[in-house]
Ligand binder design. Structure first.
Ligand code: S3P
Length: 449
């Protein structure tokens, strides 16, 4: 098990780009593989999660060629050959690794196929709830079994079945569940709708539009017409704002710092963290340079003395993955930060309420845990500690950021998991710790094929 050692720094001045967006990379692989031709995907995220989805599409017959590779990780530019909606039966069970997005979206895709398939994952994924997708998919006519030791959990067996459209009132604000139902709906005859309790990330809807599928959003209701052919197209994946979040918090909480992150995804269903950091006192500018499909732009942030804030209920789904690092910002801010209504955190890669609270306390932070979140009383100096990631990439990275502010040496244990979402994180952390400032200092080695 690997660890990262982090010491404090006094300021941060840098300009660079973070790797491609994880949510969009999963979807690019899936829709590219379903489409009626060849799709070139650039800035694909070669993280373990997305590579598993790409391999899954390969095992369903949608082959890909690597055009450029991030050395030591996998493709960042590739060509995928779509199967015109005619997937073939996989020869063996499909490994989704650590990825809830991979498993849930693939389950939706596989629900309406003519063949039987099996999806499995690692220990963390095998303990996460799958009932949230099997319930609507079974309502659509899918034949699914959950074989996990824990009831309602993976492995999933998906038997070939004909699916029909439904009008689904989704009980939780989950883009994964919404996307699973919409993907199954592509194979149903008629209009499948999902009504979400509040706005969740809309990458599936935007990707469907890019592939010329008929997907409409009216208020909180999203509908797709099944039986249509996705038209192949090229996709440029923006930088992942959830990966950007780690450096944004580091710069925001360090007065005198300036950070420019280039070509980041600025989809409004993902950028609530920018509003939160502004409210906490950071000086932040977004410069949008393309709003075709997925909005992309630069984010410039200047550090300041932060103050606590309250996350609004409607913000929670739009910053759900950023909460561990927002909790770190809250620990560094004066006053109280209230994070409530975030029960969903308990069913992520770890129970992120428990793992965040436990690690903040190790660093001397005054934090109160609630069933649906936490209240942090920040502003006291952090002290270095031995941190456990519990195999959760966002916990590992959030506490590396905390280590940049703590007196002494913080050791974050279990950092291999970072590769599930941010290949190259430790190189970027090193560049920041060694006060590198230029984009070249952060450039990861790319190999053309
Ligand atoms: C994701 C949706 C979110 C998020 C996950 C990626 C997606 O999960 O936490 O990292 O790509 O759809 P939920 O939709 O279940 O909240």
């Amino acid at each position: 098990m690997s660890s990262l050692r982090v010491k404090s720094i006094s300021s941060l001045h840098a300009e660079f780009s973070v790797p491609g967006d994880k949510s969009i990379s999963h979807r690019a692989a899936i829709f590219g593989g379903l489409s009626n031709g060849v799709c070139e995907i650039s800035n694909f995220l070669p993280s373990e999660d997305c590579l598993n989805t790409l391999k899954a599409m390969g095992s369903l017959g949608a082959h890909f060629e690597v055009l450029e590779e991030l050395k030591g990780y996998g493709p960042i530019k590739l060509r995928i050959h779509g199967k015109s909606m005619q997937l073939s039966a996989p020869e063996s069970p499909i490994d989704c690794g650590n990825s809830g997005t991979g498993m849930r979206l693939l389950a939706g895709l596989l629900a309406g196929q003519k063949f039987t398939s099996e999806l499995f994952g690692d220990a963390s994924l095998s303990s996460r709830p799958m009932g949230r997708i099997t319930v609507p998919l079974v309502e659509m006519g899918a034949k699914l079994e959950t074989l996990g030791e824990k009831p309602g959990c993976a492995p999933l067996i998906i038997h070939g079945a004909e699916v029909h459209p439904i009008d689904y009132d989704m009980p939780m604000a989950s883009a994964q569940v919404k996307s699973a139902v919409l993907l199954a709906g592509l194979f149903a005859d008629g209009t499948t709708s999902v009504t979400q309790p509040s706005v969740t990330r809309d990458h599936t809807e935007r990707m469907m539009a890019a592939f010329k599928l008929t997907c409409k959003t009216v208020g909180n209701k999203i509908s797709v017409i099944g039986g249509r052919m996705p038209q192949s197209c090229d996709i440029k994946v923006p930088g992942d704002v959830s990966s950007a979040a780690f450096w944004l918090v580091a710069a925001a909480a360090m007065p005198g710092s300036r950070l420019l992150l280039k070509d980041v995804g600025l989809n409004p269903t993902r950028t609530a963290i920018l509003k939160v950091l502004s409210r906490m006192g950071a000086h932040l500018t977004e410069i949008l340079h393309s709003s075709d499909g997925e909005p992309i732009g630069n984010i410039e942030i200047h550090g300041a003395a932060l103050k606590g804030t309250t996350l609004l209920p409607e913000e929670i789904p739009n910053l759900i993955d950023e909460i561990p690092v927002i909790a770190v910002a809250a620990a560094l801010a004066s006053g109280e930060t209230h994070i409530r209504g975030a029960r969903e955190l308990r069913v992520k890669e770890t129970d992120r309420i428990t793992t965040t609270v436990e690690n903040l306390r190790k660093m001397g932070v005054d934090v109160e845990e609630f069933e649906d979140g936490m209240v942090i009383r920040g502003g006291n100096p952090l002290h270095a500690a031995e941190i456990e990631s519990h195999g959760d990439h966002r916990i590992a990275m959030a506490f590396c950021i905390a280590g940049l502010f703590a007196k002494g040496e913080t050791v974050v244990h279990g950092t291999d998991c970072i590769n599930t979402s941010y290949p190259g994180f430790s190189q970027h952390l090193d560049a920041i710790r060694h006060e590198k400032t230029k984009a070249e200092d952060f450039t990861l080695p790319i190999v053309s094929k």
